[in-house]
Design a protein around this ligand. Structure first.
Ligand SMILES: [Zn+2]
Length: 316
């Protein structure tokens, strides 16, 4: 309640601005203010909407992201996700639908999703690095089972945390990152909690989170989009590959620059849906998938709806 009230009191955010803010560790800030790729005026808002509609017609809205979409609409019903108004977009006819394996939409074992805190979300994202969704979901559930509160995790030996999350891979590195984060939060704020981020601006949140060791720009962008219901557009491996293939970012762009460019070009109200759809499509479409463009058709036999946008110079 309190949170919604505060959010409503914030001044309306001007549309394509937040992407102009760059992580401190990057010196691209001045570039971005002047337009990162001024000679690359894509994607246009019309292209964004067309691609969103094409992917939505193919996949429906991905169920594994539906809870975040509902939260976003609950928090700020007028600001975002314009697909099919405020209701979840209708699923495509079963014959056209490509759905993800059931493991993706399994509920968390640690309790109600509605009770998920910002810190839960951030740790989930940290655990999802360099592993599958299924493994990171298992690692998070195992961590919460072993240590029900974040204070318990903070008090635990690193080795015990490592053991609890080992099914997610890179357990040593992830355990140390989580432990450092909890320690820093306690020292700085006197409590282990990140709910205060909900009352901060996107720029302030980026500046705040990037101070913590092991939390990079992509993690911050995911926290903003999924757990703080802000209009941001993280660039993961699927988003990077697809947006490059369809010519939305120049072929030479690295992921950091693609993030800045896409956040500047994509209308805020389309960011969430497009991002979720790109991730889902990247996992399901053989043509846009990791293995590259060596297959002409996706698994159900329908042509990839993005093939008409492919930019031959960017195909890799
Ligand atoms: Zn595709």
């Amino acid at each position: 309640m309190e949170r919604s009230r505060k959010r409503k009191l914030q001044a309306p955010k001007p549309s394509p601005v937040k992407s102009e803010i760059v992580e401190n560790k990057d010196n691209a800030a001045s570039e971005s203010v002047n337009g990162l790729y001024p000679t690359h005026p894509r994607p246009t808002p019309e292209e964004c909407r067309a691609v969103r509609d094409d992917l939505l017609a193919l996949h429906g809205f991905p169920p594994e992201f539906a809870k975040y979409r509902s939260r976003k609409l609950k928090e700020n019903p007028t600001s975002s996700t314009d697909a099919a108004g405020s209701s979840p977009p209708p699923p495509p006819p079963p014959s056209l639908s490509l759905s993800l394996p059931s493991v993706k939409s399994e509920p968390r074992e640690n309790g109600e999703d509605e009770a998920e805190t910002v810190l839960d979300g951030l740790v989930s994202i940290l655990l999802s690095q360099n592993t599958t969704d299924a493994n990171s979901t298992r690692a998070f559930a195992s961590l919460k089972r072993a240590f029900p509160t974040w204070e318990d995790v903070h008090a635990a030996e690193s080795k015990c945390i490592e053991n609890a999350i080992k099914c997610g891979g890179l357990a040593g590195r992830k355990a140390s990152c989580i432990k450092n984060l909890l320690k820093a939060l306690l020292e700085k704020n006197g409590k282990i909690c990140l709910e205060y981020l909900r009352d901060m601006s996107v720029e302030e949140i980026k500046a705040e989170l990037c101070h913590y060791k092991g939390i990079g720009p992509k993690t911050v962008a995911c926290v903003l989009m999924f757990h703080l219901q802000q209009d941001d557009f993280p660039v993961d491996t699927h988003v990077f590959r697809i947006t490059k293939a369809i010519g939305w970012v120049p072929g030479q762009a690295d992921r950091e620059k693609a993030y800045l460019h896409l956040n500047k070009r994509i209308p805020n109200e389309l960011k969430f849906d497009l991002n979720c759809l790109f991730v889902t499509h990247g996992k399901l479409c053989h043509m846009c998938g990791k293995k590259g463009h060596n297959q002409q058709r996706i698994s159900c036999g329908r042509p990839c709806p993005l093939s008409k946008y492919f930019c031959s110079t960017n195909l890799k």
